[in-house]
Design a protein around this ligand. Structure first.
Ligand SMILES: Cc1cc2nc3c(=O)[nH]c(=O)nc-3n(C[C@H](O)[C@H](O)[C@H](O)COP(=O)(O)OP(=O)(O)OC[C@H]3O[C@@H](n4cnc5c(N)ncnc54)[C@H](O)[C@@H]3O)c2cc1C
Length: 369
């Protein structure tokens, strides 16, 4: 495997980014030639090589990644858009690194929960091996530990939502943070919950409390579903703690309702991996026709998002988060009006870029797919 040490790497990157080399590489681009030597090399893009694959539970896969020199690091809690080639097509999904943001070797770790109906997580579970090269965006998102670490923190997660708060906990421990940190994690069963041994070991930090709750099977410190009693048992002074929450809609909604009822919602910071409900259900009141100009497909508008209607018409547009945050599904709209399902905003400009996952047609719409 070709490798370069730090200083020659910087010089090589400057040289490769020069207009002279760019002109020489036209029309293919410099990256096309670099990839022939090492698929993880790129002038501007972040790429990462998988260095380790672990299966902490039956339905998860944990990858350790070594990003190339274009990676600028992340704040604990943020996510990356992660791309992997499957059957010749690049598929992009969001993943929140679970590793410490100050890990000495610069590597990051992602843990993906396998969705049995999903494309990328199933592929990673079955096929990811050390040596696989993937693409990544720079880290994104506002769900992150603030630069000034709060003196009292409550981290609440459920299921796969453990990843961003695990990163926060690991980062705080690596930094030697002395404030109080409570980690409250929900899972259906103990054997489905990753990071159990590490969480048990982190309890030896005097300022860290770990409470695990298994809603179906397993001995945790608490039992049942999230409630005010759980909150009081975990952190009686939650009203003065900064709370970071990530999990399935049933958990995030329950915590949000309780914080709102107590008037302390400004203390709560929430990350979501999916929308609580479909962006828009099919509706008999929807009208007009959806035309896909490049493929020639047409469909009667049924009111759902453009992404769902395109998929129902047999098309396979690229998407990432399916909830409006990653912009992977952004597509040119040639004509017609669409309504943003999150904001209600109407938009009828011709030839504009729109996100397929959170826009629905209002009448006739033509898309450039
Ligand atoms: C900010 C953020 C951070 C995240 N971090 C993590 C993380 O750390 N760990 C983790 O496990 N997950 C994380 N996720 C979720 C992750 O991005 C993926 O959505 C999830 O892993 C499923 O991906 P998949 O490719 O396996 O499933 P997909 O192939 O995307 O399928 C997911 C669902 O989409 C629907 N769908 C897919 N294709 C179609 C179709 N053709 N027609 C109709 N419906 C369809 C189905 O309901 C399916 O069950 C995060 C998401 C976000 C937004």
């Amino acid at each position: 495997m070709a490798t370069l040490t730090a200083t020659p790497k910087r010089v090589a990157r400057r040289l490769l980014a020069s207009s002279f080399v760019t002109a020489l590489a036209t029309p293919h681009g410099v990256d096309r030639y670099l990839e022939l030597v090492n698929p993880a090399w790129s002038v501007d893009d972040v790429r990462a090589r998988v260095t380790d694959v672990r299966h902490l539970t039956d339905d998860t896969v944990t990858l350790t990644l070594r990003p190339n020199g274009n990676w600028r690091g992340f704040r604990a809690g943020q996510f990356v858009r992660f791309g992997v080639e499957i059957d010749g097509a690049r598929r992009t999904r969001c993943f929140s690194p679970a590793s410490s943001a100050c890990r000495r070797d610069g590597r990051i770790e992602i843990t993906a929960k396998v969705n049995p109906a999903g494309e990328v997580t199933r592929y990673l579970k079955e096929h990811a091996r050390p040596g696989l090269v993937v693409t990544m965006s720079q880290a994104e998102g506002e769900f992150a530990l603030p630069a000034e670490r709060p003196q009292r923190l409550l981290l609440i997660s459920g299921g796969s939502g453990i990843t961003p708060v695990m990163s926060m906990l690991r980062t705080l421990c690596d930094e030697g943070h002395t404030g109080e940190v409570t980690f409250l994690h929900y899972n259906q069963t103990a054997d489905q919950a990753p990071y159990q041994e590490e969480l048990a070991a982190l309890r030896s930090n005097r300022n860290v409390r770990v409470l695990r709750v298994y809603t179906e099977a397993g001995d945790g410190e608490l039992s049942g579903r999230f409630s005010r009693e759980h909150l009081l048992a975990a952190e009686p002074r939650y009203a003065t703690a900064e709370t970071y929450l990530c999990g399935p809609p049933s958990l995030t909604c329950a915590v949000e309702d309780l914080y709102r009822a107590q008037g302390v919602e400004e203390r709560l910071h929430t990350e979501r991996f999916t929308l609580a409900a479909p962006a828009a259900p099919a509706s008999p009141a929807a009208s007009g026709q959806l035309s896909f100009a490049r493929s020639g497909a047409v469909a009667a508008n049924d009111g759902r998002s453009l992404l769902e209607q395109a998929e129902a018409a047999g098309l396979t547009p690229e998407y990432g988060c399916r909830m409006g945050i990653c912009f992977t599904c952004t597509t040119p709209k040639r004509s017609g009006a669409v309504r943003n399902l999150l904001t209600g905003e109407l938009s009828d400009e011709p030839d504009e870029d729109i996100q397929l996952c959170v826009n629905a047609p209002c009448g006739d719409v033509t898309l450039d797919i």
